[in-house]
Structure formats: C-alpha cells, structure tokens
Ligand binder design. Sequence first.
Ligand code: GLA
Ligand code: ZN
Length: 673
Amino acid sequence: MINDKLPYIYYGGDYNPDQWPEEVWQEDMRMFKLAGINIVTLPVFSWAKLQPSEDSYDFEWLDKIIDTVAKEGIFLCLATSTAAQPAWMSRLYPEVLPVDVDGRKRTHGSRVNFCPNSSVYRMFSKRLATRLAERYGNHPSLLIWHIGNEYGPHCYCDTCASAFRTWLQNKYGSLEVVNRVWNMSFWSHTVYEWEEIVLPTNLNGNNKCFQGIALDYKRFMSDSILACYQGEYDTIKAITPNIKITTNIWGLFNGLDLKKWADRMDVVSWDSYPQMNEPMSNVAMRHDYMRGLKDGQPFMLMEQTPSQQNWQPYNSLKRPGVMRLWSYQAIAHGADTVMFFQLRRSVGACEKYHGALIAHAGHEHTRVFKECTQLGQELHALEDTLLDSVTESKVALLFDIDTWNAVEMTSGPNVDLDYLKQAQKYYKAFYDLNVSIDVISPLSDFSKYELVIAPVMYMMKPGVSERLKSFVKQGGTFVTSFFSGIVNENDLVTLGGYPGELRDLLGIWVEEIDALQPEMTNTIIMHSPFGKLRGEYECGLLCDLLHLEGAEALGVYGRDFYAGMPAVTLNKFGLGEAFYVATDPDPKFLEEFSQTLCERLNLRPAHQAPYGVEIKSRHKEGRTYTFVLNHNAYETVILLNEGTYKDLLSHRVYEHALVLEPHGVAILEDLDL
Ligand code: GLA
Ligand code: ZN
C-alpha cells in the first residue's frame, strides 16, 4: 500500500519554497489548507542551495520549511534534489557534464545534464541523499522518498565508452560473441580489441547503422542511469528501511527500460501531461502501462498540471472540469495519488507560464484554485475507500520498450511505421468498447488473460513464443499483426521464413513485405462475414504477402499484384485461436474486429455508454467501484446495467440511467453486490 501512513488519496505536488521569500510561505500554507493539500514534494531542484560548495551543506532553510509544512499537518514527499547538479560541480569536475549524440560536450545548465557514469556525480548525489535520509528519515511527516527527477538523457562521453565496453564484456564474455550478435562482418566492422568498439553517435555518419550496437547502448544507458538511482536508493533504504522510495517516470518513452526500473522502485510514480487534443485512449493507455509495470499495483500520479503546460507548442488551458475529470481518470486506472506540478507558479525562468495551484495573482480567487479546492474536498471525503483497490482485465496488450527501439532504429521497410502508434490503435479499439485492458511486458505472466494482443511484435525475446504457444494451446486467443516475429533480441533476423518463431502458432509463412507509399492504399476483402467484420476495409503502410500453413484466410487483399492473397488469418492452435492482421487496417476494421473478439469471448463493459464516455472499475474487498468519465463537452446519458448504484461523489443513488454533465464524473458503487 502506498498510503499506509496517511490513509487518504495523497493530494498536493511540487512545491518550490526556495524560490520564494519566507513571508510567502505562510500565505502558501493558508492556501494549501484551503485547497485540501495533504502532501508537498520538495526539494526537487535545490541541490545548489543545499550544498553551496563541495564541502558545505545548508539544511537550515529546509528544516524551517519542513517544520512550517508539518505544523499545518501537511505531509512530505521528500526529494533528493539530485536532478540538477550545482554549478561548482560542473566547474570543478567537468567530467560530470555529458556529451550528446552528436558528440558535443554540453555546458552547465538546464537539468538532468550529467554523465550517468561519472563517479563524481554518483558520489556527490549519494552523499546528498545520505545526508537527507539521516536528517529527515525519522521525521513523522515523511511519507515517501522521491529520487532525482525524470531520469532520461543519454551520454556519449569517453567515460561512458569505457563503461560500455566493460558492460559488454560482462554481457557477452568475448569479442567473438559481440562480432556475431551485432553481425559485424557487415561493412567491415569486425573488431579485434575491445577499444575498437565505438559508441553509436552521429560522428561516424549514422548512429543507427548497427541496430545491435545501438540497442545495446540504449540498454547500457538505461542500466547506467539506473545505477545512479540505485546508489541513492540503497543508501536511503539502509537508513530508512520502512519508507517507500520512488522516482517519477517522465512518461511512456523509450529511453529507459522502464520495466527494469520499476522492479527497483517500491512504488511506480509518473508525470502525466496530455496534449489538449490527444485521444483519451492514449492517456488511458499510459496509465495502464504504468500500472502494468508493477503487475497491477496502484501507482502515484506524481505530476499533472492544474491548468496548462509551458513546453508544448500550444499550451491550452484545461477546460472547466477537465483537471478534475483527468484526475479521476488516473485514479480509475490505478492511481492512489493526485499530485501537481506545481503548487506556486514561478516568477522567472522557463516554467513561469506553467500552470499552478497558486497563480501569479497570488490569491485564491481564481478558477483553477476553485477547481483544485473542490477536488481536494472530494478526495478528502473519499478517505481510504478506493486506496489499494485493483483493476481486473481479461485483455492484455503486450508492449515492449526494446521492440519499440528496434522498430524505430530499423532501416526500412517503411519510415512511417511507428510501434507506439500501432499499439495505441489496437488499444483504442478496446478502450472505445470500455473493455478493461492491462498493458504489460511480453516478459510478464499473461496466462491469466483470455485475449492477448501484440501489434507489431517485431522482436521475439527468449521464451516468449513458447509462452504464447502454451497460452493459446490452453484456450487463449492471440492477436498479432504485420512485421512480427522477425528478429531476436539483438535484432538479428530469425531465418527460415517470417514470422519466425510465431510461424506455427499463426499457421502462416510471410514471403515478402510490401511498403506502401503514403498516397497508396490497398483493401481487405472479407471472404464471408466474420462476426461484425464484413465487406471491404481500407489498409496501408505495410502489406505482408503470405501463404497459409494451416491457418484459414478470413480476408484477402483487394488490389495490386497480390490481390487475393490472405490479409487476415485465423489459426486454431490447441484449444485456442491465433489471429494475424497482415497489414495496417483502417479504424473501422479495428473497431469491428475488437467487437467481434469481445463477442466471441463474452467480454462486456460494466455499462453501455455512448462514445466519449469512459468506464473503468476498481475492486476491493468484494466491492466494485465503477468510474464513469464523460470526456464529452456535452451532457451525456449512460444506460446502467440492472442494479442499484450509489455515486461516491454526489451520494445520489441511480438505477437504469445516469446523466453526466459535460466533463462530469461519477464513481458508482454497486449496492447489490
Ligand atoms: C516535468 C518535471 C517538472 C516540470 C514539469 C512541467 O514533469 O518533472 O519538474 O518541469 O515537467 O510540465
Ligand atoms: Zn558519459
């Protein structure tokens, strides 16, 4: 449980009192209390203030602010402040500064601007974390540790190069293996000494010539950065074994092996910054991905903006009700905290136009403050009702960072192929049906699901195809799409015909892969109706030219020299079924395909809702709490399944139907259960 010491949904966020004179602090406290804030995250970026020089520390101001906050009954998410090193460190130890992918040595400034293999950075960051843990570890208001901030950027300096060679020696043992797994005989790249291994920078023209090197470098960077986090984690854990530790994940991105990272966190936390016009399914998918990182355990929404960002090209305001709606959406998907960046808007530098609880006007008479206050009151009233409740899904979408990187780095077959977008499309098809989905790694256990979807399962990691086969053999349904089963984890092609290890499971052989020009399309023609699928659909991007080896064709291509070749196949395998979608179909196909699969597997949403209304349930102690989220900017009617339901927010009881205002939310407890 995240919230063991404070059995409420944590509500608060990043607070930067060190940017303000002390007189302002009292005013902050008054307003935090008004808004129902119960946790503040600090000091996230205060290293320079905490350690003015190499051998002097200053914690007095932090003692004072911690006392001030604690006196008000507000709790602490205590940050280690190590995401931006002080200028003296970069000046005295220039090796701390990183080198970018173009080979340029960076100058001091910005943040997360350090070489993760710098022993100086690691030593100083660990030392600061130790000091903080010793000083504040027993503070009664301390709820959780927050290490660093949004780790991510990679470094290409000489220190990293030599650490990479050591990492490779540990991983592969000999140069012979390295030459083989990277296929170094290509373009005369065979190396005979470890020192001959160079980093995948752009200095030799193209950092993506050798996907094997580039993939390993990404893995190595993830491990190197993780070692920085781990150094702080270990020292803090030794001093405060009972306090949970996290670091805020920047989002669903491919710079870190997030699954591996999550294994080292006590609690997953992440920062959610949707674009105004982004499909809500993308946001839902990111939450589900974060929940999946720790096998369904609740996570922390560590940051979101109360109103707008500053770093997007167009920083639209969240419309009235949207901040509240998106907060409940996060909770619906497994968040047990609702936290903001930031509590007070800065006066200068690049985040002065980033939304905050307290605006530049400095008082509480603002729309944003009022909305935050309403939410604060509601969350307080929910007490611990929802905490630690879980979601249940029969559908899993497999998503893998290495596969994403490999697809992104591959040269060919189509520059428009985007692994994330493919996953988002399939996710959306089920999201729109309000069928609960887990987003998990192919390395996770998926035996408990009925349907496993893995769009563009390009890379097959060891053991995955065997587990998929036994899943389907025992009655599971598996869906994958074009460009799957092609390579192993080093991006070496599995020889003998595509889709490699998945060939017998899918009962097909893909002979060729056609890439369509952007203006080209093909069609899928269904042989005969299959569930909701019938007639003709558009498709594009890539078209696999395949032969049946046991599967049946449900649909075929309508055009080009491969007209009549299978485009959608179904293979019975043991007690289950494996589907292959050989091309990138239009949304209508995916909509009707997902409906068909849900009907076949009898997967139903909790209630029937019109488009734009999201329904998602959490379960706890035999009770079900169903979130009904109206993402529409208009009033919407939801037909309820038979039963009597109480809305935890309005306390009203509903039967048959529920009418939600624009951007409205209800959390229905089924009273008949
Ligand atoms: C990130 C960071 C915060 C802040 C916000 C602004 O999530 O963690 O420090 O910069 O972005 O959106
Ligand atoms: Zn480096």
